[in-house]
Design a binder for this molecule. Structure first.
Ligand code: NAG
Ligand code: NAG
Length: 321
């Protein structure tokens, strides 16, 4: 017999779920087939919804979307399973017994939408963990018949918490403090980095607390300095002799033991009469694009939740203006 792709997928899904007693107790009049000793049911007529990819940040929450068309007075069951090893599934929740014990990894962290009866079968996972990065399966059963299913891929990214983006203004020739802070923990290996985004795509390194005297692009050379209180948690940057072309986006990141612990975007606006000085009118920034810090970097400095990876890389940690 020739199975359609969808049928084959449904078969695979049901095979995967086979060890679940709750699925196994669902024999009904639809197309089912028992195989070998373990009860396995083939439901070849369960329509699928498009597979979706959802991403979230560690500690945050994610909504795994799933829906169905409600028909009043019917016996509806929504089930969510996870696939920790791509072969066997574990039951996370079912609308029939939403408080039933589940694997410790998800205990207390999963919840069905409040609107299940209206057709919203989405799953909420809170306090996301990196190990929640898995495939999930939603199935909806009406009167014991699977009416729809959906595969959802969840990706949980390590998070670097952001501080509120701030806007700082200064006058040409004057100075500006770009604020950034972190909570110091004594005895830790702290690195504060400041970068500028001359073209919104690539960043240039202005200063790092590890090597504060390292050469930097000519535009800022001799004009940037870290706060004297870096070890007390003040990671602010001082820029002196402000130039109009310093009007840019800046990024502060703080790394403790190679892990990004906080970041902040700062928009600097420099106002004043345009300088006629020949040394400043030509803004030939011999900027060398910097790479991300330390090989010990363990987390993405960008806590962006949604969107494709390429867009995230492109925008790095810059928030839209
Ligand atoms: C379904 O419920 C979830 C959780 O309450 C919510 O975030 C989502 O927006 C709902 N979806 C629709 C389509 O209403
Ligand atoms: C941090 O240091 C800068 C530069 O020394 C200073 O202007 C600013 O007031 C300090 N911020 C705090 C919160 O102490």
């Amino acid at each position: 017999m020739a199975l359609s792709t969808e049928q084959a997928l449904a078969l695979l899904l049901i095979l995967n779920s086979a060890h679940l007693t709750a699925v196994a107790k669902k024999p009904n009049e639809s197309v089912m087939k028992a195989l070998a000793e373990t009860p396995v049911y083939l439901t070849s007529d369960c329509p699928s919804q498009d597979r979706v990819v959802v991403s979230g940040s560690a500690g945050g929450r994610a909504v795994l979307p799933c829906s169905y068309t409600p028909t009043p007075g019917q016996d509806v069951e929504v089930r969510w399973e996870a696939y920790p090893d791509q072969v066997k599934s574990v039951l996370l929740i079912t609308s029939k017994t939403p408080s039933a014990p589940i694997p410790a990894q998800w205990s207390g962290r999963v919840k069905l939408s409040d609107e299940v009866s209206s057709g919203n079968a989405s799953l909420l996972i809170s306090e996301l963990r990196l190990e929640d990065t898995l495939d999930y399966l939603c199935t909806v059963w009406i009167n014991g018949i699977c009416v729809t299913y959906r595969n959802v891929k969840l990706t949980v990214q390590a998070d670097c918490p952001s501080q509120d983006r701030v806007v700082v203004s200064g006058s040409a020739g004057g100075r500006a403090v770009l604020p950034c802070s972190y909570t110091p923990t004594p005895g830790q290996d702290v690195e504060v980095r400041w970068e500028a985004y001359p073209d919104q795509v690539k960043s240039v390194l202005l200063i790092t607390s590890k090597t504060p005297s390292a050469p930097i692009p000519a535009q800022w050379s001799g004009r940037v300095k870290l706060s004297d209180e870096v070890s007390s948690g003040n990671a602010s940057l001082l820029i002196s002799e402000l130039r109009l072309e310093d009007t840019l986006d800046y990024l502060c990141t703080v790394w403790i033991n190679g892990i990004c612990v906080t970041y902040r975007n700062v928009k600097l606006t420099v106002q004043g009469p345009p300088k006629r000085d020949s040394t400043t009118s030509t803004t030939t920034t011999t900027t060398t694009p910097t790479t991300r810090p330390s090989a010990t970097q363990k987390t993405s400095p960008c806590p962006t939740q949604q969107g494709n990876a390429a867009a995230q890389r492109r925008s790095y940690c810059m928030k839209p203006l």
